[in-house]
Design a protein around this ligand. Structure first.
Ligand SMILES: Nc1ncnc2c1ncn2[C@@H]1O[C@H](COP(=O)(O)OP(=O)(O)OP(=O)(O)O)[C@@H](O)[C@H]1O
Ligand SMILES: [Mg+2]
Length: 317
């Protein structure tokens, strides 16, 4: 079995639009659109990672092209270093002969289209026009504002949103049941918190945690290792409210029990402080920088980080 085949994200990737979780407006419109595929425009999918863009694109090709899906679908990655020249060559070859009695058109899925320079996008626009009789494009972009207007205006645009807590947890429960792993509510909630609505990330954490045993909070935390910004946020909050001992305890737990490195801890606390827009932002950032330096030159990290938390606690006084 290949590594990918063993991965739950692939095993449980929906093959039909009706199986897609969340994104109900998008799925509804697309199902209506493909009832009469000859009318289907080019499509553009935008949105953050792991929310179903590629999955939906593949479902559509399967539903329109049926048994011919493999032969009449071309998947390209626009950020390929060979660039627009490669795209042009491949699209040209792919769209060359019409001989397609049983399908309305061929489909080209172009992922990471927003990584193309605007010159390349202008060239892409020509390619889309030149092949319009034979091909439909599904363009995928994380950031739609990086796509030039002439391309946007030629596509029906669908903005994918991150997946709600209810739907992430529902999907995880379904998978856990099929895989016969025990779950509890807190464990699933913890996975959702780490995933921030990225279902791919959530399923990967579920699988990694299952290899330790039941899906409970402790196992999830142990698995999620470094994606622990929210815990670092708690350390900061405790320090800022003057609870130095508790703050230090939590910091040591993160480092000793969950294996977070001191430098990662500093990186996370730096970003948490920055995002907090604290009124003494500059002062706190300087404190962090000071201890970062001390640890770098070889001082004992545990002692230094404890002192740092004590000093941060003083900021509020
Ligand atoms: N809406 C969804 N319904 C069901 N499963 C989903 C959904 N979104 C993501 N998944 C799961 O996550 C995996 C990755 O999803 P997908 O490849 O569609 O993400 P994406 O939006 O294209 O992300 P990226 O921007 O990183 O390419 C799928 O194989 C599937 O297991
Ligand atoms: Mg994708």
């Amino acid at each position: 079995m290949s590594v990918e085949a063993g991965m739950w994200v692939e095993k449980y990737r929906p093959t039909k639009l009706s199986e897609v979780v969340n994104q109900t407006d998008i799925v509804g419109s697309l199902e209506a659109l493909i009832k009469d595929p000859t009318e289907m425009p080019h499509l553009m999918f935008s949105g953050s990672a792991g929310v179903g863009k590629t999955t939906v694109a593949l479902c559509i090709t399967r539903q329109i092209l049926g048994e011919y899906a493999n032969d009449y679908t071309l998947e390209l990655n626009a950020s390929d270093e060979r660039g627009i020249g490669m795209v042009r060559e491949k699209v040209k070859k792919f769209s060359r002969f019409a001989g397609m009695a049983d399908v309305p058109f061929k489909i080209i899925i172009l992922d990471e289209a927003d990584e193309m320079t605007s010159d390349a996008q202008t060239a892409l626009r020509r390619i889309i026009e030149d092949t319009a009789k034979i091909c439909r494009f599904i363009l995928i972009a994380n950031n739609i504002s990086k796509i030039i207007d002439p391309i946007q205006s030629r596509c029906a645009i669908f903005k994918f949103t991150s997946i709600s807590e209810e739907d992430v947890i529902g999907r995880l429960e379904e998978i856990a049941k099929k895989e016969k792993v025990k779950v509890d509510k807190k464990g699933l909630k913890a996975i959702y918190d780490y995933s921030e609505g990225d279902l791919r990330h959530a399923i990967n954490i579920l699988q990694a945690t299952a290899s330790l045993g039941a899906i409970n909070e402790t196992n999830v935390k142990a698995t999620s290792g470094l994606s622990k910004t929210s815990d670092v946020g708690d350390v900061l909050k405790l320090a800022l409210s003057g609870k130095v001992a508790e703050s230090r305890e939590k910091m040591i737990e993160l480092i000793k029990v969950y294996g977070m490195s001191e430098s990662d801890f500093l990186k996370y606390i730096n970003s948490v402080v920055f995002k907090s827009k604290h009124s003494n932002l500059a002062e706190i950032l300087e404190i962090i920088a000071k201890y970062d330096y001390r640890i770098l030159v070889g001082a004992n990290p545990e002692i230094q980080l404890s002192a740092m938390l004590a000093e941060i606690a003083n900021v509020e006084k």
